[in-house]
Design a protein around this ligand. Structure first.
Ligand code: SAM
Ligand code: SF4
Length: 454
């Protein structure tokens, strides 16, 4: 299978080499140009990935913040992962679930246990779940995944389920589409073939091309809402970030649908991982640069930040372009009901529960959103991008964020969170300039107060 049409390594290196030839003045010009929210070319992104100096970094981060606020406003979408299984046939050297880890307590949740976990997540106040599992052809079958999705939708008030799972074939993707998932997420881990081969020595995941083409098979099956990313720390981040952007450009050019989200997982310590230090470490400063370069290059693509990062860095990144975060996460199957360190995929860093996280988000002036309306009104994929590009996102998403936060404050939040949240709701209402939309939002707020739910 020739996949150089998607990722051409030589070209990626060539773009990176051209990016190095830009002067400081030219890089600052690119940053200035990015403020119009039309995105950047691959070569321009390559140039920005070279930034080292503090004043250039400041300009880059400031611009990321401006773009984020222009497009997404103050909203930060919130979700929690649900691990259904840690059984896996692969041997990804960095992951605690790898088959060579004989000390891990292995477990695949039954449907009833999955519902229990989803209810525990719901009881924290979440409305969105990311379903995650290992790759074991006899345990985490497509039926395991679809049954999990259907039963969570049927038995809980969770309104959107995204799925991060191993690559599927077209007929399996069709089954995933039928049960109404939100986003299908798959990380290439590294686009650098040689490193990929080293990191994935055995099991189905050792097939680089099958993984790289998963999104295309998903689209053939009708899944147009997809997320990509690399595991930062495996190979030179400049190459991998540029290759992620190249993947996005390929999809946009050939299918007119760019990624709905890009995730930025950075390597964490994991039980029995093959190395303790990242092979290509990414510093906090580089990490911030990566978020900003993604934001400037793909202004309309969501950026997802997980609890792999420390609370301090997460708080900073909220202003720099991230649009979705997980909170109160557990990375072992059954983790919301019980804690078993010997069953986790990797160590999380930010352990703050959702309620505390909501307070932090409010304190920073951001608006926590539990909204899932786009998915439920079928505004996904290209349709969502059109909405975002028309800037309807403000008119449509801001009220939904306000309303879902209100529901959360009434149903789940602590007194402190309610106080902070109510102030924010008032501020956010004042920002709605269209009087009709504002009026409808106020009416809906009253309905929620009197017990009505979406
Ligand atoms: N098993 C499937 C796969 O590998 O595609 C899906 C879920 S896997 C559990 C989700 C992601 O976790 C992987 O794609 C990888 O990027 C990330 N991951 C694995 N080990 C990690 C580690 N030690 N630190 C941070 N992220 C890790
Ligand atoms: Fe299995 Fe995914 Fe972990 Fe690899 S990253 S060992 S495929 S769970």
């Amino acid at each position: 299978m020739d996949t150089t049409r998607i990722i051409n390594e030589e070209k990626t290196h060539e773009f990176l080499a051209i990016g190095k030839t830009f002067s400081k003045a030219e890089r600052l010009e690119i940053i200035e140009k990015a403020k119009d929210c039309h995105g950047l070319s691959l070569v321009e992104a390559a140039a920005l990935l070279q930034i080292k100096e503090e004043n250039e970094m400041d300009a880059l981060l400031r611009t990321a913040k401006i773009i984020k606020e222009k497009i997404y406003g103050k909203r930060i979408v919130i979700f929690a992962p649900l691990y259904t299984s840690n059984e896996c046939q692969n041997n990804c050297l960095y992951c605690g679930f790898r088959v060579a880890n004989k000390g891990l307590h292995r477990r695949t949740l039954e449907t009833g246990e999955i519902i229990q976990e989803a209810k525990a997540i719901e009881n924290q106040g979440h409305k969105r779940i990311l379903l995650v599992c290992g790759e074991d052809k006899s345990k985490t079958t497509i039926e395991h995944i679809t049954e999990a999705v259907t039963s969570i939708y049927n038995k809980t008030d969770i309104r959107r389920i995204n799925v991060n799972a191993a690559p599927l074939n077209v007929s399996e993707f069709k089954k995933l589409k039928e049960v109404g998932i939100g986003t299908y997420q798959i990380f290439q881990e590294t686009y650098h073939r040689e490193t990929y081969a080293k990191m994935h020595p055995s099991g189905p995941k050792s097939n680089y091309d099958y993984r790289l083409t998963a999104i295309e098979r998903g689209l053939e099956a009708g899944i147009d809402d997809y997320g990509i990313g690399v595991l930062l720390g495996l190979y030179d981040y400049r190459f991998d970030v540029l290759a992620t952007l190249m993947h996005s450009e390929y999809m946009e050019e050939n299918y007119s649908v760019g990624p709905h989200t890009i995730s930025i997982p950075r390597l964490r310590p994991a039980m029995d991982a093959a190395f303790t230090e990242a092979p290509a470490p990414v510093s906090d400063q580089d990490f911030k640069k990566i978020v900003a370069v993604y934001r400037l290059t793909l202004p309309y693509t969501g950026i997802i930040l997980s609890t792999r990062e420390s609370s301090q860095l997460r708080d900073e990144l909220l202003t720099l372009g991230v649009s979705q975060i997980s909170a109160g996460s557990k990375t072992n199957p059954g983790g919301y009901e019980e804690m078993d360190q010997e069953a986790t995929q990797f160590e999380t860093s930010d352990e703050r529960p959702l309620d505390e996280m909501l307070q932090v988000i409010c304190d920073q002036g951001h608006l926590p959103s539990f909204c899932t309306a786009c998915y439920r009104t079928k505004r996904t994929g290209a349709a969502f991008m059109e909405l975002a590009k028309d800037a309807h996102i403000h008119e449509f998403c801001q009220p939904n964020a306000i309303l879902t936060l209100k529901e959360n404050l009434i149903d789940y939040a602590s007194r402190e969170t309610v106080e902070k949240g109510e102030i924010l709701i008032r501020e956010a209402l004042n920002e709605i300039t269209n009087p009709k939309i504002r009026c409808i939002t106020e009416e809906r707020l009253q309905e929620i107060e009197s017990g009505k739910r979406d």
